[in-house]
Design a binder for this molecule. Sequence first.
Ligand SMILES: C[S@@+](CC[C@H](N)C(=O)[O-])C[C@H]1O[C@@H](n2cnc3c(N)ncnc32)[C@H](O)[C@@H]1O
Length: 388
Amino acid sequence: MDDLVAAGSIKTKEVEAAFRAVPRHLFAPEVSLQDAYADDIVRTKQDQHGITVSSVSAPWLQATMLEQAGISPGMRVLEVGSGGYNAALIAELVGPTGAVTTMDIDADVTERAHHCLAAAGYDQVHVVLADAEHGVPEHAPYDRIIVTAGAWDIPPAWTDQLAPDGRIVVPLRMRGLSRTVALTPRDGVLVSLDHQMAGFVPVRGDGAHPERLVQLHDADVGLRFDEQAPELDAAALRAALLAPRVEAWSGVRFGGMEPFDGLLLWLASSLDDYGLLSRARSPTARELVDPVSPIGTPTAVEADSFAYLTLRKVEDGDDTYEFGAYAHGPDAARLAGLVVTQVQAWNRTHRDASPATISVWPATTPAEALPPGRVIAKRHRIVVLSWS
Ligand SMILES: C[S@@+](CC[C@H](N)C(=O)[O-])C[C@H]1O[C@@H](n2cnc3c(N)ncnc32)[C@H](O)[C@@H]1O
């Protein structure tokens, strides 16, 4: 707890009091006390491939999202994705005059959440088995909707069931990057109040939206494409990876403890032909590529060539690194230059300025009515990333 306060995940006394009140181990009976109170997820269900489909989220992330939500006593809150523990924290925050509904698409999860909530004395929480895509109209309107599964879009049900001055907190995937975004309605548009880096198990059911994966070297290295993929020659890209790489360096330095999620979002905004390079943990994968993040690193991709963000330690610097680009393919030098130019542009203009604003528009909005920025077309909405 003290660590969450020290790290800044818990900011307010209300959220701190909720964390102190709810015994987390009652919502993680499968694991030891030590694991229940570690700042990590507790996996509660895996699919047939061993992939986690449900968990009790990590405390730092729960705290971050509860702070983003700004919950007050008496509010009505919908939690999408149930583990039990977060719903109990919300129940503490809304108090006896508020109402909490938690929903999950998976009957095993709702049953488990129901059981744990009752055992911990929170049986006032409504636990509902349903698909997030359709919300839970019977308990609406909600002052807050907190989504705890990775969403690709904002279904109409969420805005229909939100109170006029409500707030949605959702881990939203945009060009493959996930950010937990606090959104509030303004004249028919949802506008971000805050966003933070966060990964979640993806939404299943009617709102699921799998990415396209192009494998570049078996399961070692791949390129992921989220909304639309550029025209690619997969065989040429695979051959390019095995050819010698080209590198370019930006002169932009940063400290080892400094976050650079703003740079990743800037590259996702500024590169037109774009994907995310992902790398397995295998020694072969490490030999082939060295991206800033193995999960997904912004990459400029054109037909037969690609360039991704990397970093190197600065010789004379104490825990200091420099951003650069590694590139492969016939057009490698030009693409590496493109990535490095965007790193420099971010450093000059955005590094110390306000973060991007994320706005979410109806899918029918004409292009000329949208603000300047990267326009990302979804099924129900258009998301725009705007930089001041
Ligand atoms: C990270 S877990 C939820 C964590 C939980 N809120 C807690 O207390 O920490 C994500 C949950 O989202 C659920 N989920 C995925 N897709 C869903 C959907 N379409 N509708 C409702 N729940 C969904 C999964 O079944 C999983 O249980």
